[in-house]
Write a protein that binds this ligand. Sequence first.
Ligand code: BES
Ligand code: ZN
Length: 624
Amino acid sequence: MRVWSLVLAVVVHAMLLGVVEMPAFAQGVGNPSDRLDKHSFGNPDVAVVRHVDLDLTVDFATKTLSGQALLTIERKSEGLLVLDTRDLTINKVEAGVTADKLAETTFHLNRADPILGAALEVTLPEKAKFVRISYKTSPQASAVQWLDPARTAGGKHPFMFTQSEAIHARSWIPLQDSPGIRVTYKATIHVPEGLQAVMSAEREPRGKDGAFIFTMNESIPSYLVALAVGDLKFKEIGPRTGVWAEPSVVEKAAWEFADTEKMVEAAERKFGPYRWERYDILVLPPSFPFGGMENPRLTFATPTVIAGDRSLVALIAHELAHSWSGNLVTNATWRDFWLNEGFTTYGERRIIEEIYGKDVAQVEEVLGFGELKEELASHKPIDQILHVNLEGRDPDEGMTRVPYEKGALFLKTLENAFGRAEFDEWLKGYFARHAFKTITTADFVADLKANLFPKNPQAAATIDLDAWLEQADLKGKYTEPHSPKLQAIRKAADAFAGGLMASSIPTNDWTTHEWLQFLRALPENLPQGKMKDLDDAFGLTKRGNSEIAAQWLLMCVRNNYEPAFARLEEFLTTIGRRKFLMPLYKELVKTDAGKARAKAIYAKARPFYHPISVDSVDKVVGKP
Ligand code: BES
Ligand code: ZN
């Protein structure tokens, strides 16, 4: 203890002497702990960024983006402009009263915080409204993945894409990277000949020099700014829907997502008008770290949802639902993340119910509830809370099933208490009242109390807001989701566990979700003979469906079922979706032999994963 306080005293002393550079917050600027958003150095109370105009060159040889960000700012009070950055090289900063008359100004890039990156402080001349930053990204930028041609479907052209949520936008654009701050944007993107650029924005005619030009005229939070560059083709699905993908994938994708236009129509009936004109889907290479990302006008999606039977399209319903919950009404801070994901998970199931029927929606609810129960049993109490405190932590850690499933269950509970008609009217109103705004959990509560609770005080009395929002576990009263269809599947799993041969189970008409339920309902430990019986009867190791494969492989690791280990290695070295990787690696490292296997596989796989997945897997397996 003594030694540490001595070290601390020496370091602080050195800071005061200016030998060691002080972190930004120690200098009294951009201190996130004083602000609503603990994950941004931005100081919107002094100067707030309203518009971003990017001019970037995409260079595959150096794996960098370089160019300029011209920011339009609104001044609120005297002081410096503070922006978020991570691993950016800042070459020059200019400022001025008009965009065409800029002069160089002084700036200071603070020492980087390991989670938040480095605050960039810019001195603002009097009345300056425009700031232009000339910069370059690092090849390690946390948002960006650079893929060699071999990692693409076509194998001929390189590919790059960004993933800005939660706080990765700052690794490719210097801005106030807080979901509480909305911006419009324009972008001019220079790419090598033969490649296409796409963004979460409207496409403009290409520039004279061939550059791609995009505009986003609706204000959005920074985590929704997105870019991808590659050998991409477009195919229309409906009047305002379509898919972008590599040429060899685009037909399959268009077939898989054929119901998208219907989904947009269903969502509009439930949630109000679609405010983004187009809804297109970009299918990425398999290293995309998520299932989907709701970038406005252009959802980014993993190719692992293309199952060939449309069985995983709930993911599209989910990302589409974000066009209301998240993109239109945005969580003000990452503490309020459940407002994005809980509403969206609820909304996703309403869309599914409308198009595929109540029984399909019920199946998803039951599976989701099962996942929630499992996670509640494994997380610390502080991570079981909807209004979770993430101060001092990476907000990506908040991405558990809790905000999704506990959030959705809470909204379902409100629906049940007030009746669907009353609840739907409130929901539509909620999206309308907060459109293009950012809100906190407290704002949500105020809206409920003003607009839903007075409609039926008796129903309101049954809702314990504190239990739902601020307490661990499931303290609010709820009705457990139920699906008669899955009930039968559970019985089949019990019968198999009790000795029935796999081949006697009638599985012919099972959907992906029924398979998942079956596998999840089996005992965790199965003898080799039972594993082999399952595999022989159902060809599970050979399955291409990513969800079923991931679930089966997890069982194989748990039960040390060797015939599946080659498939496990293939899976982990070709798919970079974090949701599949994490349970598998976590299960592997539980034994010495598994740990060795995990390390060997990860050494091969790591160069192929996106930085976000690398960061997560490093924490489990260690750096190779
Ligand atoms: N917005 C999320 C993805 C996300 C959350 C990225 C937090 C980074 C930080 C997206 O809408 C999402 O929830 N995707 C899910 C799929 C969905 C069907 C549950 C995913 O990727 O698994
Ligand atoms: Zn989501």
